[in-house]
Design a protein around this ligand. Structure first.
Ligand SMILES: [Zn+2]
Length: 529
């Protein structure tokens, strides 16, 4: 009953087929992702989550049951106070403690880790991602990995050999595949002294002098280093697919050693994987910039890109190629590209030669949807036109909807989201010559020379007479005629008209702009000349 035939050549489908080929005899397939919540989860980290999400979607499209888990590594050590954080001195007192104990200096969550976790958990559903979260601090504290920790200790020398194979300097003689947070001062400044039977571990703390023996079945204070924690997780959860970034997938990187440890120590076949590349940020200087140390989060991107567009950007790019999320004029191009594949999706070609390209785009469109594909092509508004309308109506989305008068009820929500994104973009990132505001009645009209003022006045009369009565082109011809009658060229006349309307020399394409503004508004703005 399984459909082994690829639905498409999309990378998510190819990966899903590979997972089914290699692990398909399982009833429920497990796909995993995760991160340390030691800072804001940025859009580069998001690439991992959305990569898993798209593969999960592809598996479910093949009728497979899938468990999508997301592990928060919130039992990691707080090693460095991030520069962009307030309260640096207070935070410094928490160094070497688990990040789950570090206070939330940015808000009122129970910890700094929880702050970062909740920030992401709140926005992921907006792009249709709802994994099952696993909190590593809670897992360790409930002794969930006690057996794994014991196995790691039993195989101390095997693991040492596996890790040493990729190290330039060998691990020290007293190295143990385990670290301990001191139960008195919570720091990981501890030294393991040895084992006491199967489950006992003796340690002493270099910070506070505390020394004691822990029982791995009862303590919450011990944890595994990352390279061993990872394969244990694969084993405990039965992970079938997990991608990783370049840093983990380098030669001898943590994926390589985790793979060995999984097989040789835990008897677990490592998951299907692939490597994903970085995400760069383009444009948006000042407010959004990765180079200044500020990070760009999913929430930041959602201010300018509607959720389908976010999914589209990632679904439309192979995970192993670097790409940029743009905040400059390319934002408009991305919207145009998306709208194009949306129209294509609902217009399947008959010609078999064209079908291949159609299938490719159609799959990207399907994967870009937050909640399934719409039954018919949704209401589309060109993004450039939308930015013009929003500026005419000072960002009032309801006024734009009223002006358009044809947005179907079913598409209103999506329209509003797009309008909000477009308006944010106009306010924050649109180039100066893209932006305009109509002259208000209480503002002084731009000063024009007498001949230009006469021509502009005449244009006002022409508008009062016939703007909107016929096709745009007809009005355009009449406008050019009028201009030439006044002995003017467009290089002088157009800036004068823009000055009269918006107080600038340039603006949206003039004839279309006059039509969008409509007769009443144009007449009101030009009659003062
Ligand atoms: Zn201590």
């Amino acid at each position: 009953m399984d459909n082994q035939k690829p639905l498409s050549t999309h990378w998510a489908d190819i990966t899903a087929d590979k997972i089914i080929r290699e692990r398909g005899d399982k009833d429920v397939l497990v796909c995993a992702s995760g991160i340390t919540p030691s800072g804001t989860v940025h859009i580069g980290n998001f690439r991992e989550i959305i990569s898993v999400e798209l593969v999960v979607r592809a598996l479910r499209d093949r009728g497979r049951r899938v468990r999508f888990i997301y592990s928060w590594d919130d039992y990691d050590v707080f090693r460095k106070v991030p520069q962009n954080m307030p309260d640096q001195e207070r935070l410094a007192t928490y160094l070497r403690k688990p990040i789950t104990l570090v206070p939330d200096v940015l808000g009122d969550e129970e910890s700094y880790a929880a702050h970062n976790e909740k920030a992401l958990e709140a926005v992921l559903p907006l792009v249709g991602i709802e994994p099952e979260y696993i909190y590593q601090a809670a897992s360790y504290r409930s002794s969930r990995y006690a057996d794994g920790m014991k196995a790691a200790l039993d195989h101390r020398e095997d693991i040492r050999r596996q890790l040493n194979a990729h190290r330039t300097s060998a691990l020290p003689e007293d190295w143990w595949p385990l670290s301990v947070f001191c139960t008195r001062c919570d720091r990981d400044t501890t030294r393991i002294l040895g084992r006491d039977g199967d489950w006992g571990v003796r340690y002493e703390c270099e910070s506070c002098g505390n020394a004691e023996t822990l029982d791995l079945r009862r303590t919450g204070a011990a944890k595994l280093p990352w390279r061993i924690d990872w394969p244990i997780r694969w084993s405990v959860e039965g992970v079938d697919f997990e991608p990783a970034g370049k840093d983990h997938h380098s030669e001898g990187g943590s994926f390589d050693t985790a793979r060995l440890t999984a097989r040789e120590v835990f008897g677990q076949e490592p998951p299907v994987t692939f490597q994903y590349d970085f995400v760069r940020i383009k444009g948006g200087s000042g407010k959004i910039s990765s180079s200044t140390g500020e990070v760009v989060s999913l929430a930041d991107v959602l201010r300018y890109y509607q959720p389908e567009l976010v999914r589209f950007l990632f679904a439309g790019t192979r995970p192993n190629s670097e790409f940029a999320i743009s905040f400059d004029l390319d934002v408009l191009k991305n919207y145009e590209d998306y709208d194009k594949i949306e129209r294509t999706y609902f217009n399947k070609p008959e010609n078999p030669k064209k079908l291949k390209k159609w299938e490719k785009d159609a799959r990207v469109y399907e994967l870009s949807q937050v909640h399934g594909v719409p039954a018919a092509v949704p209401y589309q508004i060109q993004i450039r036109h939308l930015t013009t309308l929003l500026q005419i109506h000072s960002g009032d989305v309801d006024a734009v909807i009223a002006y358009l008068g044809d947005v179907p009820e079913a598409d209103l929500d999506r329209f509003r989201v797009r309008a909000r994104c477009a308006w944010n973009w106009v306010k924050d990132f649109a180039p100066e010559d893209f932006r305009f505001a109509l002259r208000r009645d209480d503002e002084e009209p731009a000063a024009l020379s007498a001949p230009l003022a006469a021509a502009v006045r005449e244009l006002g009369r022409l508008a009062a007479d016939r703007l909107g009565d016929g096709p745009e082109k007809e009005f355009g011809n009449a406008m050019y005629e009028l201009m030439h009658e006044h002995g003017l060229e467009s290089a002088e006349f157009f800036p004068a008209v823009y000055q009269a309307l918006i107080g600038k020399d340039k603006g949206p394409r003039l004839v279309n702009f006059l039509h969008v503004l409509g007769r009443t508004t144009v007449v009101r703005l030009l009659r003062v000349y």
